[in-house]
Design a protein around this ligand. Structure first.
Ligand SMILES: [Zn+2]
Length: 463
């Protein structure tokens, strides 16, 4: 058996693992590359494999860096099943259709520039038609049950605690009379994250592909983070200010809503207006509210007691651009969650433009801010910024809340690995830059005597 990495090898995007055996052939995840100079170029091609021989695609979760190249795979001729959990299927549709929208907007601007300089217009990577073909191939899988996905290859999916529907995948592969077990951790969530159950570890494998995004550190504790968040909200309420939270639509927004609801419920905060100003986040929230079977015990308790519904009742969902603009004329205090998560596009820009110059405004950064983004400049303390060609003074308070990551920190990664370590698997550290995977690899080597493989793009691992 051979496993080839066509992404997330030395970086954190573009996940795609091609598993080839004598009889079967599957691809685990197929995401786009994000950030960095040539990301767009690398995302234009599907993994270079023979699609007429591919039996199935298996998805760990819906994030674009795990699903974004699926329409290209379909375009390349693939028309067999794509297996995913029911929640991942719904999220994948949402994510891919949104990606078509974002792409066509970006392309319009790019092509205007290209045409002006005498170049020809560039075609889109894919459109809604290819996304519909992907939707047509998506097949639901149960949790914790072994199912056959190709000749000689069985798959079992278990909770990964990262976003709704996310799983780790175990493959049992029969070849030449023996069975080998391959585990893909997928993106692992931290222990104790809101709403979702904790990641479920494995006890046995011949080879493990372990994510290493935060292999070098632990996040700030959730308790500290929430206390800090409540302080910021109290300040805003006392000063009648607006709190602006640039947030990723899937996962982060729902976590925030949950924590705010819990704070209302415990009366640590008095109720005030919360707006979700992002059509995609609103759709994702609906999917979260639908799949209550995936909630952890604490979320179930809030749900069953009716409190979650009551405490979320003052959350207002802002659908149209007109409603979004109307918020400019509503006085604070209020909290607005809007995309994009790194302030590089979306409705958050309008809110920043209208409110950044006011000292009573608070901007709360809850996620990673890529280099060169407006969010990064705010975090780094810029005193003026430019939005839509207009210079804006930054007098607002800028806060960075560290503990809301959807990824396991170093301690949680090692706890997950500790359960499988006694089976002495080969370890491949994927989905991590050197900054994350080298320190994690050193600890695994010291603690367990297993030297992990740190792969590069295109590397093939023989089992
Ligand atoms: Zn993810």
């Amino acid at each position: 058996m051979k496993i080839t990495l066509y992404g997330a090898a030395g970086d954190v995007t573009g996940s795609a693992y091609h598993v080839q055996t004598e009889r079967g052939n599957v691809l685990v995840d197929c995401g786009i590359f994000q950030g960095g100079r040539d990301a767009e170029l690398r995302s234009r091609k599907p993994p270079p494999i023979d699609y007429s021989r591919l039996d199935a695609v298996l998805l760990t979760h819906a994030h674009l860096d795990h699903t974004g190249r699926l329409p290209l795979v379909v375009k390349a001729g693939f028309n067999r099943p794509i297996y995913a959990t029911p929640a991942t299927i719904e999220m994948t549709s949402l994510v891919l259709h949104d990606s078509v929208k974002v792409q066509s907007y970006d392309l319009m601007r790019l092509n205007r520039k290209r045409l002006r300089t005498g170049l020809t217009a560039q075609p889109p990577l894919y459109g809604d038609e290819e996304v519909k073909k992907v939707e047509h191939l998506l097949r639901p899988i149960p949790y914790n049950e072994s199912i056959e996905v190709a000749e000689g290859i069985r798959m079992r999916a278990v909770e990964a605690g990262h976003i709704l529907g996310s799983v780790s995948i175990e493959l049992s592969i029969k070849e030449k009379g023996t069975t080998k077990v391959v585990v893909f951790s997928g993106d692992l969530g931290p222990q104790g994250m809101a709403i979702l159950k904790d990641p479920m570890p494995f006890r046995n494998a011949n080879i493990v592909f372990l994510e290493s995004t935060y292999g070098d550190r632990d996040h700030k504790s959730l308790k500290e983070t929430l206390a800090e968040g409540e302080e910021i909200i109290q300040y805003a309420i006392a000063n009648k200010g607006k709190i602006l939270i640039p947030s990723f639509a899937i996962g982060r927004t729902q976590q925030l809503l949950y924590y705010i609801a819990a704070s209302f419920h415990n009366e640590r905060l008095s109720q005030f207006n919360v707006y979700v100003d992002s059509p995609m986040a609103i759709e994702a929230t609906k999917i979260y509210l639908k799949h209550t079977e995936l909630y952890d015990a604490e979320a179930m308790e809030l749900l069953n007691s009716g409190h979650l519904k009551a405490d979320l009742s003052h959350v207002k969902y802002v659908v149209t651009p007109e409603e979004s603009m109307a918020l400019n004329n509503v006085p604070g205090p209020m909290l607005i969650i809007a995309g994009a998560g790194m302030c590089n596009a979306g409705r958050i820009l309008h809110h920043l433009r209208h409110n950044l110059w006011m000292p009573e405004t608070s901007v709360v950064i809850v996620g990673y801010q890529g280099e060169g983004t407006l969010g990064r400049r705010l975090v780094e303390g810029a005193t003026t910024i430019t939005i839509f060609g207009e210079k804006i003074a930054v007098r607002a308070q800028i806060h960075k809340l560290g503990g809301l990551s959807a990824h396991a920190g170093q301690t949680d990664l090692l706890r997950w690995f500790d359960a499988i370590a006694p089976s002495r698997p080969t370890v491949v550290l994927s989905h991590g830059e050197d900054r994350g995977r080298i320190p994690l690899g050193q600890i695994i080597e010291q603690r367990y005597g297993i030297k992990p493989v740190l792969p590069e793009y295109g590397d093939q691992i023989e089992v």
